[in-house]
Design a protein around this ligand. Structure first.
Ligand code: HEC
Ligand code: HEC
Length: 189
């Protein structure tokens, strides 16, 4: 091979490599954009009162669309299930009690304080969702499985005479899967 040909070959190889890096970066950027857009959809559900009323950092669950303190001085208790003598399940059965409008699903109780999302900006909420020390040891796939199948999550879409979240459960699951698949990016802050 002549020297000129060698140089031409090297230049072409370098250009091809640069192109590949450029394409990979463009794909990363597109992935990040899709992931963040999907999380933006997820937040509409996560921040909805049907979820937030159990995911508080307070000592008590909240109620209603205005998320006011739960009536009857109900408190979290040592295991987030109400103190002995005032367990959540004393009033909350395995199903909604429609006559009295008491919501219900099996083993009704509130999320731990670490799983409380009160006042979290989307970025902090996203980080909390992904933090196994806060979320109960879940990986990304575990978070999606919970969102897809958990009875308390599903209750939010059959909450008796209460408003449901703005996305369907299916749309919420699809957004969550897209968020994770594209890298589980979190907005800043
Ligand atoms: C009746 C109370 C209740 C409601 C309503 C509820 N959750 Fe939860 N949530 C819990 C509890 C309790 C846990 C902890 C796991 C367990 O014990 O089942 C939990 C755990 C989670 C987790 C995993 C832990 C974490 O912090 O990431 C996610 C995600 C979650 N909930 C999402 C939701 C979403 C989304 C909604 C609304 C569509 C919702 N929850 C509604 C009580 C509730
Ligand atoms: C003394 C009975 C009683 C106890 C104990 C009780 N609740 Fe309730 N709870 C109710 C009633 C009644 C409602 C419905 C109030 C309404 O909507 O008018 C309710 C509503 C709620 C809601 C509101 C759902 C929504 O999105 O508006 C949540 C969340 C909730 N309870 C969680 C809990 C948790 C968690 C515990 C245990 C720590 C608990 N409750 C203990 C009677 C009780």
């Amino acid at each position: 091979m002549g020297a000129n040909l060698k140089i031409a070959f090297l230049v072409i190889a370098a250009l091809v490599a640069l192109c590949a890096i450029g394409l990979a970066t463009a794909a990363d950027d597109a992935g990040k954009k899709s992931s963040l857009a999907a999380f933006h959809e997820m937040v509409k559900v996560l921040n909805h009162p049907r979820c937030m009323n159990c995911h508080t950092t307070a000592d008590w669950p909240t109620q209603g669309d205005d998320r006011h303190r739960h009536a009857f001085n109900v408190v979290r208790g040592p295991e987030d299930k109400g103190p002995p003598g005032m367990r959540c399940t004393t009033c909350h059965q395995d199903k909604n009690q429609d006559a009295a409008n008491i919501p219900g699903a099996r083993d009704w109780h509130m999320a731990t304080r670490a799983q409380g999302w009160t006042g979290l900006a989307p970025g902090a909420l996203c980080a909390a969702l992904l933090d196994p020390k806060k979320n109960g040891g879940l990986t990304g796939d575990g978070v999606i499985a919970h969102i897809k199948n958990d009875r308390l999550v599903l209750w939010a879409w059959s909450p008796g005479k209460r408003a449901t979240p703005p996305l369907s459960h299916k749309q919420f699951v699809t957004a969550s899967q897209a968020w994770l698949k594209n890298g589980a990016h979190c907005p800043t802050p």
